[in-house]
Design a protein around this ligand. Sequence first.
Ligand code: FUC
Length: 982
Amino acid sequence: MCPYRLLGLALILLSSLQAARAETFDENGPLYEANVATVKPLTVDCWFRPGAQCPPGAYVFDKLLESTLSAYRLEIGAGRTLQFIDTAGDVAQAPLPETDLVHVLCTIDPVAKTLGLSVNGAPAVLTPWSSAQAIGREEGPLRLGGDFAGGHRFVGEILRFSLFNRVLTETEAAASIPDTVPGAGLGQGEMGGWDLRMKTDATGFGSAGNGPKMELARPFSPLQSPPEEGLLLWYDHPAWEWVQALPIGNGRLGGMVFGGVSAERIGLNEGTIWAGSPYNPINPTAGDAMPKIRDLLLQGKSKEAMDLWKSSAMAVPIHQPPYQTLGNLRMRFQLPSGPVERYCRTLDLDGALSTVTYAIGGVTYTREVFVSAPDQALIIRITADQPGSISFVASFDSLQRNTTVSSDGKVLVFDGCSSDAEGGIPGKVKFSTRLSAQNDGGTVETSPAGLKVSDANSVTLLLTAATSYISWKDVSGDADAISKARLDAMQNKAYADLLTAHQTDYRSLFRRVAIDLGTGTGAKRPTDERIRRFSQGDDPGLAALLYQYGRYLLISCSRPGGQAATLQGLWNESLTPPWGSRYTVNINTEMNYWPAESANLSECTEPLIDLVQDLSNSGVATAQQMYHASGWVCHHNTDLWRSTAPIDGLPGMWVMGGAWLSTHLWEHYQFTQDQAFLEKAYPIMKGAALFVSDVLSEEPTHHWLVVNPSYSPENGGLCVGSTIDNSIARDIFAETVSAAKILGVDPDLQEKLSNERDHLAPFQIGRLGQLQEWLEDKDSPDDHNRHVSQLYGVFPSNQITSETPDLFAAAKQSLQFRGDGATGWSLAWKINWWARFLDGDHAYLILNNLLGEPGAHDPVSGSGGGLYPNLFDAHPPFQIDGNFGFTSGIDEMLLQSHEKTEQGDFLIRLLPALPKAWPRGSVTGLRARGGFEINMQWSSGQLNEATIRSPSGGQCVLSYEDKLIPVSLAAGKDVHLNFPLP
Ligand code: FUC
């Protein structure tokens, strides 16, 4: 033992340390923090004494602070537990002991890949550590006794706290006793050790080793009331988790703004950064196996068919590459000393602008951030109300490998390459990010260490990013040149002009729809609190905000020329996000685009249409080689490389993904009546129909035509003729025939598809009065599967309506069996179904289940649905389909246009499923099929007025309550109706 340690130990024995009182933490007292690096491996050695009043949710220590990426905390969990948590959400949990004094050893072991928690010397509870969220490089505060904003307060005493950059052994751990100097005897690797019974001075505690001082944290006081009226998400503290950060984007470049005070993190995404590169996943043995698989299924030998598929027809490799993060832009600010006052963080949905403001030491700072589509850049404006007050260093980091930082004159350049994917597919998406500063006053210097701004009055940061991706077959683009050209094009533009161009462009889409569902007193709360307290019933405006948030997100993540919205839209902080943040097309990708037409954002469907067009090319080989079929196929998932082969396992063995996606082309035509588009779409629809036609079989019992192989997504096993598959077949055949008629082409095909459609297996009502999910009547009333695919015919399709009353009632019965709880996207689908069942109150009940904290409502598992603080929908985890499905659900509650009259005019139902909870309100700009646009205003649950217009003119029939109102519109003219009608 070194002399220093011996001396320390002796001093302690002589001191009155044992008698000294440790620092006491409570609801209002001071908090302490130390600037320490995040390391791996890691051990935290901490002694504390929880008070009787210490609430669940209290943090003993917290490094998941202001914009940290790779961090951890110790939390007192519900039911007297201790939880050691990391950024990736890994949790090691142990009971909180009854002892007065508690000793924890928290470890992160990157070799064993474990997160560990040992309490009072008991063997450590180990949990797998997600190495994808690699810990490293992260300087920043670690706080004792609460979070950054002074929330999650620990009540009790903390006696001692030490950090090691290695995993302590059991023996070493046993040697940790509270009455020694921190770390004494525990060997090397100590990064800091603080004894909270010995104040060095009034401002805090010195560290035993070389560690920094544990100092009084800045007091923090937030803005108390909303900063302004309007369509705002607002918060009184910075984000410390990704799902608290605020998303911005232009359909290609995305940001997640954390809004820290001394440190800002903006998570960066570029829509074409995916792992891997062009590849061919088709299994060469599939073509021989498929006829046998189809025969087995016709004989009812599902298991044998699945086994054969598994052994000879799955994609190679079996998983598709994931969508990946670009990295982070970081800013570390030099600030005056003093408390943080009037902190506020907002996202303005009407202006597509995120703002952070706070005052420190008499200076008020403001940061505005947006991503511009016209200028293809992320733009940050930093201002202060005192001259020369802005100093910071901006830098990049990323989980991506092979990144380099360099400076090109005053521009900071951050380059990298996406990851290799399973099966040895090399990562080949190169990206190039550039950052420059326009400063008023002060200086700007750039070096590979970062872009440093000193003593400026105001600064505008311009960030551009581009990749080498050109198409799903070609990654040879010059990322650097594109990124540079974009940055150069902005150099002489003033901030005000950049902002105006952005907002003019954005508002040309966003302002097409306005909605008011009433306001209540709850609307004044910060957004995260509104979510927590929605069920109190005093905040109808939150549903309207979430509705518009869905539109905001779609505009921000799906714009012409970009990629379609993934499972997380454009936003992803990981290299290996849940389900790869790919395109799951057995519901999720389709749901992303449900509101696009009805919520008047038709242009935003373009990336989806491009995706389907690509699939109609890549899926030809899959149809030929796997099925010896014509046309094209896509199974249940696809990626940037337009892979169409079956992946993962049983869920992947579903053949109708391409056909379902193709129905969106017909929908786009229905809403826009754009014949030029239909000409472009027709070959794609036809290819999807040809494939389905080629995989029909005659089933032996009724001699109906059925899809074979078939599956009801993620429920049961392989079969022939699942209800959803036959329903999609009916749609794609009918739509292809209608399109061919309009375009005057392919008479023989029209006849063939119409004939096959007539012989498809019909819907069947089962023994429980339910709509059967399969050909056989085997549905269980206890089945609460989140997929209710047999109801495809109710929504999004229109095959079952009130005009088919028996099927309508059976479908409703099936939904009742499934229950009112579910995952995020499933809840959203249920809102749409209940709206189509014309039951507004039931739709509202489900909406209420979606609008709470994650896990608050699900009566079945206690874990489904809900909203994160930034209003991202929780599957959980975050999946954006729930946001888009929600917006579509409200559209369906207020307006429906999926039916036609006997004369062939669109039947447009006004307020078909208005719940009692929204007695008064208004909406403008909703779209109906036929190219109509509708405004409505209602009170006391009754429609007062409606206006309908159509750019191209046309006929339709409006339906309100039991009245049918034929309307004939001249191009561009309005018809205005007052209710009740005379
Ligand atoms: C389907 C769903 C899951 C999830 C995944 C992305 O497999 O069953 O719930 O949404 O897609």
